[in-house]
Design a protein around this ligand. Structure first.
Ligand code: NAD
Length: 520
């Protein structure tokens, strides 16, 4: 039965941790999770456990973050439900053996295929800001791929952590999936164990701790980190669109969202218009002000509040909008600050709050140079301008993802992840499944192939020429690295480079480079 009560968060006793992991490892080696039907049943039960608790999820986030219910439906319960339906609809297709492609004729007789093997027993560590989506999202992929999973929600969203545990315990087989609750010491006890993969969402400094803990066991790690994401606004941008879209992305969850922009680089030519449109949009979104609005979240805790306050207090910039705060309520008003340097306290770190620093620039080239200097591999980049501007920005920068004329937007079924300092690995949709499998190539050498395969056995004398003739691929480029156009006859001879045309290929190679043959 689903109750509306959310009891206080209880940390898992550290002495229980090892035993729980041993159970999951044992289950993995009993091959219970290999069965795709078993995985599907787990995912379907998870769907109903989430759906039946959508109100509880909204209550938990109202408690943890004062989050408006609409935002929770969009980005947590509704998101997870759709994700599970999408994965369950496609799982049989993704999980089945893949016929190997890009191989030549000789190998085809070995019936090569790629099997999608589960990795084993994996650890998922979640962040506080979208606790359901970011903790259970990777878990969906891990279950779909056939792993056993230890789930560690963030202790900083305690009500959500409790509901995550309730969902998992109501839906999932406890011999395969378990929730460990805790803070730093429980996380570190988990990280001391050997895992087959660790999937971590959080800040870069803890990301480094996770990567170090994984190294002794050579455990692969997905790191979903944050970043100092720029929005670049050229003189050709539409100021109203810029303001509405960037204000939306920065005020959702009171700016505690890894994909939103952290600072704006705005062409001086349209700066006054952009600022005016921000004020207009703020009045439209929150006619009674953000504090009185039911549609505006609060900061997660006092530490985060003080960090954000210090960013504003230490800034040398000028506040153009907002700036009020209330510590008792953990409220920070959406605040626009015009700064004059990337060294300003508003830009040097990821804000993870409703702060909108604007740095004016002279032109698009200065914007690109600045963005690359602040952080050359952010999680997202958000260009606003005409087509040529956008192409120039995209082709001169790097980032985990990019949304043109928008911010924080990511299509839920496309791969999502950072690059460089904003992390590595990706998930969502099919990528969630792929993140937790090993692509295992399998070949089967039939006994009748022995006549051909016997070329590989010693003694080797006299075999080199035959081997080369059967296997050499003819280059379609010359010694200057230029592509050469093969005549139609040579094209036919060399197409695929496979053994069936080996004799002809060989003739063509010799014709192209007489030295080849002389060396033998
Ligand atoms: P965090 O790094 O403080 O915590 C994340 C998790 O790590 C929590 O479960 C926490 O218990 C655990 N943890 C904390 N300290 C630890 C330690 N010393 N050793 C081991 N584990 C430890 O992150 P957060 O405050 O929850 O989230 C904010 C950060 O996460 C921001 O930087 C944000 O950009 C990033 N983030 C990234 C994504 C993404 O998908 N790329 C999504 C959300 C948040």
């Amino acid at each position: 039965m689903v109750t509306s009560e959310i009891p206080p968060l209880q940390f898992t006793p550290t002495e229980e941790i090892q035993e729980r992991i041993s159970t999951l490892r044992k289950t993995f080696f009993e091959h219970k999770t290999r069965d795709v039907e078993f995985r599907l049943v787990q995912l379907r039960k998870l769907y109903w456990a989430v759906k039946d608790r959508s109100q509880l999820i909204a209550n938990a986030l109202a408690k943890d973050l004062n989050r408006p219910e609409f935002e929770t439906v969009v980005a947590e319960s509704g998101w997870l439900e759709n994700d599970i339906v999408f994965v369950t609809r496609n799982l049989h297709k993704w999980a089945k053996d893949e016929k190997a492609e890009d191989i030549d004729l000789t190998w085809k007789f070995m019936n090569p295929k790629i099997r999608k093997d589960p990795l084993g027993c994996v650890l998922v560590i979640g962040a506080f800001n979208y606790p359901f989506q970011l903790t259970l999202g990777p878990v969906i992929g891990a279950i779909a791929a056939g792993n056993t999973v230890v789930i560690k929600p963030s202790e900083n969203a305690p009500a959500s952590a409790v509901v995550i545990q309730q969902i998992c315990e109501a839906a999932l087989d406890p011999s395969c999936y378990t929730v460990i609750q805790g803070g730093v010491s429980e996380s570190q006890a988990l990280l001391a164990e050997r895992w087959d993969k660790i999937f971590f969402t959080g800040g870069a400094s803890v990301g480094r701790i996770v990567a170090k803990a994984a190294a002794p066991h050579l455990t692969p790690v997905v790191l979903e980190l944050g970043g100092i994401n720029p929005a670049i606004i050229t003189k050709n941008a539409n100021p109203r669109l810029v303001a509405r879209r960037l204000l939306w992305s920065k005020l959702m969850n009171a700016g505690q969202i890894c994909t939103s922009q952290n600072y704006l680089l705005v062409d001086r030519e349209i700066l006054p218009l952009v600022i005016q449109e921000f004020k207009n949009a703020y009045n439209e979104f929150y006619p009674q002000g953000a504090k009185a609005s039911p549609d505006y979240s609060r900061i997660i805790n006092e530490n985060a509040f003080h960090r954000l306050k210090a960013m504003i207090d230490n800034s040398k910039g000028k506040i153009l909008m907002g700036g009020t705060m209330d510590e008792k309520e953990l409220f920070i008003e959406p605040t626009i600050v015009q700064v004059d340097s990337t060294d300003d306290s508003m830009i040097v770190q990821e804000s993870f709050g409703p702060l909108i620093p604007i740095l004016p620039v002279d032109n698009i080239d200065e914007a690109i140079r600045t963005a690359n200097a602040v952080m050359s591999t952010p999680l997202g980049i958000y260009p606003f301008g005409n087509k040529a501007d956008v192409e120039k920005i995209l082709s001169s920068t790097r980032s985990g993802g990019a949304a043109v004329n928008d911010s924080a937007l990511h299509i839920p079924t496309l791969p999502f992840g950072g690059v460089g300092e904003s992390g590595n690995g990706a998930y969502r949709g099919r990528a969630s499944f792929e993140a937790f499998i090993h692509r295992r190539p399998i070949t089967t050498s039939p006994s009748w192939l022995e006549a051909i395969l016997s070329i590989r056995y010693p003694p080797y004398a006299g075999k080199t020429k035959t081997f080369k003739a059967a296997s050499t691929l003819l280059p379609d480029f010359d010694r200057d690295g230029q592509k050469v156009t093969l005549g139609w006859l040579r094209y036919i001879f060399t197409l695929g480079g496979g053994s069936a045309k080996a004799g002809a290929s060989r003739a063509a190679i010799v014709a192209a480079d007489p030295d080849t043959d002389r060396k033998e």
